[in-house]
Write a protein that binds this ligand. Structure first.
Ligand SMILES: Cc1ncc(COP(=O)(O)O)c(C=O)c1O
Length: 393
């Protein structure tokens, strides 16, 4: 049996897959089993922010000499080191990290901490959003999930974009009942093909959260670590969240873990016995990869963020001039770039054609495609990819 046959027989999957058998990845390129080279404008959906196979990081991972495993109950120096790093680079008063295996678990911890802190159980989030695939995370995600699973968490209110003053007033009105544990959102909504709320939206929501005792959770699982041209997307809006969820770019793919970082005050509410436990949360090998990745990103931060911002203009300019067959809305913040059509099926055709021609892009919701390249992608590779894209219209 070849890989596809074995996969079909033994691997559980959802209904969507792309027919690429990845064998190697380096920088902004991915290679398949036939040696075909793809330009990666997708980077595993905001995972490989600094590029794949970075020599400096890979070398350090190969030199790992720590324990195979450490029980969450013990002390382990690199845990403290990674937590300290996260406290130093995240905005506002975020200090204490809880150890998660990935983004979904980071969101779960955030919801639980908000419930423990406020003694409330209701949530507000953005309609159509995505925060992971657990029961809790799906409850605050798109309402469509309720069609699949009837018994998701009750009392989860969804706010529909556009996220402007009107939407913020709607949030405020709900919060005024003083029974909502947390408002949760991606600051820039990658999962809606880069919806960029107004600053006013977050100003009003943040103030209302403070006034009515609701916690503000920023889900930066996708937007964190330079994706939007700042280290964290919160910085675009002056958001100082009570809790922030991190994963993906936190390890850059050089490991698998997530983190829920919160203020001391909120963390205190989790100090009861067995409030949270994750056997493989912050496995030593993954922590080693995460620290190497973050240190590499911090060392090159100025250059990488400048590149993300410079190339953001380039991508936007090129996309705005492209002869799309149907009207397109182009949205960009750093290297989080989304294109949305009103015409059904057009984006799917582009994505498929691009893959055939050696360019990897993806959809975020129907009639969109997203471009989430490495934040240190060179202008020449960006140009090559955009040229391929233009040839697919
Ligand atoms: C904003 C956001 N939150 C949470 C998650 C869930 O992360 P994971 O797939 O690591 O569980 C994702 C995954 O795409 C995400 O984009």
């Amino acid at each position: 049996m070849d890989t596809r046959q074995k996969d079909k027989k033994y691997l559980g999957r959802d209904g969507s897959f792309r027919d690429v058998e990845v064998t190697k990845a380096k920088g902004s390129y991915v290679y398949d089993a036939h040696g075909k080279k793809y330009i990666d404008f997708y980077m595993g959906w905001c995972v490989g922010n600094v590029g794949w196979g970075v020599d400096e990081i890979v070398r350090q991972i190969k030199n790992f000499n720590g324990p195979d495993y450490v029980s969450p109950m013990y002390f382990y120096k690199p845990w403290a080191e990674l937590a300290e790093l996260l406290a130093k680079i995240t905005p506002g008063k975020l200090v204490k990290s809880f150890r998660a295996t990935g983004g979904t678990e980071a969101v779960e911890i955030a919801l639980q901490a908000a419930m423990a802190y406020t003694k409330r159980s209701k949530f507000i989030s953005i309609e159509g959003s995505y925060h992971g695939h657990s029961i809790g995370a799906m409850s605050i995600g798109a309402s469509d999930f309720r069609g699949w699973y009837k018994n998701l968490l009750p009392d989860c209110h969804k706010i529909k974009p556009p996220l402007d003053r009107v939407a913020a007033r709607e949030v405020e009105k709900i919060l005024s009942k003083r029974d909502v544990a947390a408002f949760i959102a991606e600051p820039t909504i990658c999962n809606l093909a880069v919806v960029i709320p107004t600053k006013e939206f977050f100003n009003i929501v943040q103030k209302a959260c403070k006034k009515y005792g609701t916690l503000f959770i920023a889900d930066e699982v996708a937007t964190g670590f330079g994706r939007t041209g700042k280290m964290f997307a919160c910085e675009h809006y002056g958001i100082e969240p009570d809790i922030m969820c991190l994963a993906k770019g936190l390890t850059g793919g050089f490991g698998a873990l997530g983190a829920t970082i919160m203020t001391n005050e909120v963390a205190k509410s989790m100090e009861f016995g067995f409030s949270f436990y994750s056997t493989f949360g912050w496995h030593p090998l993954n922590v080693h990869g995460a620290i190497a990745n973050i240190k590499y990103l911090l060392k090159n931060k100025k250059e990488f963020l400048k590149n993300a911002n410079d190339l953001s203009f380039y991508f936007k300019e090129r996309l705005e001039k492209m002869p799309f067959r149907y009207p397109a809305e182009i949205r960009a913040q750093g290297l989080a770039i989304g294109v949305e059509f009103t015409k059904n099926g057009y984006s799917d055709a582009i994505i498929k054609k691009a893959m055939g021609k050696g360019l990897l892009i993806a959809d975020a919701k129907p009639n969109t495609f997203i471009i989430y390249p490495a934040i240190n992608i060179s202008r020449s590779v960006a140009k090559q990819g955009l040229d391929i894209l233009e040839g697919c219209l």
